[in-house]
Design a protein around this ligand. Structure first.
Ligand code: GRF
Length: 190
């Protein structure tokens, strides 16, 4: 059974690249996964080169060219529907999505905190600065409320008092690279 995904990203694209490397053209039992396309809202995103390296088509939809959040989301929905994916995967896609998007597109997101703690764009820093002894990563369904959809999977890591923010980020990313492809396979198999 062949299933396809579309990946949305805005920046560096290390999760995007990791998902392509781990899943594109690969077989998991009877499931074969195809990354149909990667879409970015940022014309200069580094992830563009990362996706192209693997021959994945990249579509650029610059949100600055749209007059409203809803008009951008409507165009994004049409673009995704063109590829007719089984699942849409957000990987560092830095946009708040309106119901125009969430009512039409079945999508998941990865977030660098143990949700429901630390929603929003500063989650990595919030997790690092928190007095908690653990931090972690969440994969969740996307709904109309930011970082609030049903949790699919989470993985925690022990914090170390002596570590720098950079090393913390590196360890958090390593957890993301393990967790996200596994979650995608599990969803596509179900
Ligand atoms: C990741 O930390 C992810 O959890 C968050 O945005 C970051 C994207 O990093 N949503 P990259 O672009 O995949 O390198």
């Amino acid at each position: 059974m062949k299933k396809s995904i579309v990946i949305l990203f805005s920046g560096e694209g290390t999760n995007l690249e990791n998902i392509i490397r781990e899943l594109h053209g690969k077989e998991f039992g009877t499931l074969q996964i195809h990354v149909a396309c990667a879409i970015t809202n940022k014309p200069k995103a580094n992830g563009i080169k990362r996706a192209q390296k693997y021959g994945i088509p990249v579509e650029v939809l610059d949100h600055k060219k749209f007059g409203s959040r809803e008009s951008f989301d409507a165009e994004l929905v049409s673009l995704i529907q063109k590829y007719n994916p089984d699942l849409t995967v957000l990987a560092g896609f830095m946009r708040i999505l309106s119901p125009v998007f969430t009512s039409k597109i079945n999508s998941i997101n990865i977030h660098p905190s143990l949700l429901p703690l630390y929603k929003g764009g500063t989650a990595m820093k919030d997790s690092f600065e928190s007095t908690m002894k653990v931090a972690g990563i969440t994969v969740h369904w996307v709904n109309e409320e930011l970082d609030s959809g049903e949790i699919i999977d989470q993985e925690s890591l022990k914090k170390s008092d002596s570590e720098t923010f950079d090393s913390f980020c590196e360890r958090m990313h390593a957890v993301e690279y393990e967790l996200y492809p596994k979650a995608i396979v599990k969803i596509l198999k179900s």
